[in-house]
Write a protein that binds this ligand. Structure first.
Ligand code: 5AD
Ligand code: SF4
Length: 482
């Protein structure tokens, strides 16, 4: 199955800024062609992505530009152009980038033509940029989240220069439509519906590095979904840091001002789109109209990722989450009641300043009551500049570890119990690929996001098939096609 680069043709592009960037791609092409002549082979490029689905989608835009400019995509960083799209939500993501950059400098010593770029959330932090300027002087290009749409232009400048190019913006209110984009999968795609976050949870760096909430117009979102469907996409995931506050930033009376529930309905109506997911909603904005639309619309995946973060009311208050333990449980129960078979997954942070073992027991109580189908559990990571970083009662690492392990055990037991409930059922799955460990098996994803492996032919990749769930292996199933 081939994947087209969407928006690579001027006729498909309406946005003036994107048209300008297409011109820059034309200029970059000439430089990459000259490099090809010089090297006697096609120059290669590698995009390394850290972090969330928003970053993954951004990387698909970066890769499209590199490919259009004439680079061949490779998976290893031993390439002629390497770009790191960074994350800074937790400290371990930062550290991984620095480790990888260090290794990459060895490749550059052997390949003087090599260009190394770094972008994404971490680059919105001044201290990180300073660190790279000081200790990673071999980096050629640094840019941030707000001007990622300028990558074609920056690529050109970098190919012309031997100096380190740095272009970081503090903020933007601009949304650039119709940038070239290359999907990782032919049959599914992320679709940004909004950028930024206005919630300011006290532990979180995202509002500082991704800026204020900006919604795309419904018209642009639907147009993108239509283009994707025409190109063979069957499943879309609507992406935003806080999807259910979609449209809040439009003025009253603006024809663009529709709710997230209305947007969901419109996306379901796009011909060819057979499954719709979204990530991530905030519990405080999860209104009944969204539940109604999901309940009434079988195209919308039976999977809701509902970040809890913590279960103790005082911790939730200090996190600025704007809901209580009781409100969260009521919401989750309402969702389970109104949408039978829904899987509810969550994010949990352990070790927020002041969190005691008894507070963690409140979180464990929520896990037991809601019965999460899965949970991403994180150890609190202090992010400089956030309110929580200067809270006095930071919890010692040892104590956090004990609480974390205790909670993780409950998460795993609950998830296993939930998964086992599907035993013997037949589910419609989207076939995503050949099993990584056994080439005779295919891997498919159910509406509720659970994976199932089953014997089948590669030609089925990208289509929906019915599979009976024969054997539960904790988080996944072994099955047979019906
Ligand atoms: N420390 C640990 N986890 C965090 N998250 C966000 N900020 C932090 C932090 N400072 C987690 C939250 C969020 C997920 C994407 O990352 O659980 O939902
Ligand atoms: Fe961070 Fe909270 Fe915004 Fe999520 S809602 S991105 S946790 S500030």
């Amino acid at each position: 199955m081939s994947i087209n680069i969407l928006n690579s043709n001027k006729n498909d592009v309406k946005d003036a800024e994107s048209l300008k960037q297409l011109e820059f791609i034309e200029q970059a092409k000439e430089k990459v062609a000259a490099l090809e002549k010089n090297l006697g082979r096609k120059p290669t490029a590698c995009v390394v992505t850290f972090g969330c689905q928003m970053n993954a989608r951004d990387s698909e835009k970066l890769l499209a530009i590199l490919k259009l400019a004439g680079y061949e995509e490779v998976e290893t960083e031993d390439a002629d152009f390497v770009i790191y799209n960074t994350c800074t939500v937790r400290d371990n993501a930062d550290q991984r980038v620095y480790g990888r950059l260090g290794q990459c400098s060895n490749f550059k010593k052997k390949n003087p033509h090599m260009k190394i770029a770094i972008c994404g959330c971490l680059m919105q932090e001044q201290s990180a940029v300073e660190k790279i300027q000081k200790s990673y002087r071999f980096v050629d290009l640094i840019f941030g989240t707000h001007n990622i749409y300028k990558f074609a232009e920056l690529l050109n400048t970098t190919l012309d220069s031997d100096r380190m190019i740095i272009d970081i913006w503090k903020e933007t209110d601009k949304i650039v439509e119709d940038l070239p984009v290359m999907r990782k999968y032919p049959f599914k795609s992320g679709v940004n519906i909004m950028f930024g976050c206005d919630n300011f949870c006290t532990y979180c760096i995202v509002p500082y590095v991704r800026g204020r909430e900006r919604s795309r117009s419904p018209k642009d979102i639907i147009r993108e979904c239509e283009k994707l469907a025409a190109d063979g996409v069957k499943e879309v995931m609507l992406l935003g840091q806080n999807v259910n506050s979609y449209g809040f930033d439009f003025e009253e009376g603006d024809s663009n001002k529709i709710t997230f529930a209305e947007l969901l309905k419109m996306v379901c109506e796009v011909e060819g789109i057979e499954r719709v997911r979204f990530m991530t909603p905030h519990p405080k904005d999860f209104s009944d109209d969204v539940i109604d639309v999901i309940a009434a619309n079988p195209k919308i995946a039976r999977h809701i990722h509902l970040p809890l973060q913590a279960g103790n009311n005082e911790i939730l208050r200090r996190m600025n989450r704007k809901y209580t333990k009781e409100q969260f449980i009521d919401l989750a129960m309402k969702i389970r009641e109104r949408i039978p078979d829904v899987a509810i997954t969550t994010d949990i942070i352990v070790g927020f300043p002041g969190e005691s073992a008894a507070d963690v027991d409140d979180t464990i109580d929520v896990i037991k009551q809601v019965k999460f189908d899965n949970a991403f559990t994180f150890i609190y990571s202090k992010r400089t500049g956030t309110p929580a970083a200067s809270m006095p009662d930071q919890v010692p690492e040892e104590e956090v570890k004990v609480n974390f392990d205790k909670l993780l055990k409950v998460v795993q037991d609950t998830a296993k119990e939930q998964a086992e409930k599907l035993q013997g059922r037949t589910e419609r799955v989207l076939v995503e690929g050949v099993n990584e460990h056994d080439a005779a098996l295919l891997t498919g994803r159910m509406s509720n996001n659970t994976l199932v492996h089953f014997p089948g032919d590669e030609a089925l990749i990208g289509s929906f098939v019915d599979v009976s769930l024969d054997e539960c292996h904790g988080f996944y199933y072994m099955g047979t096609m019906r």
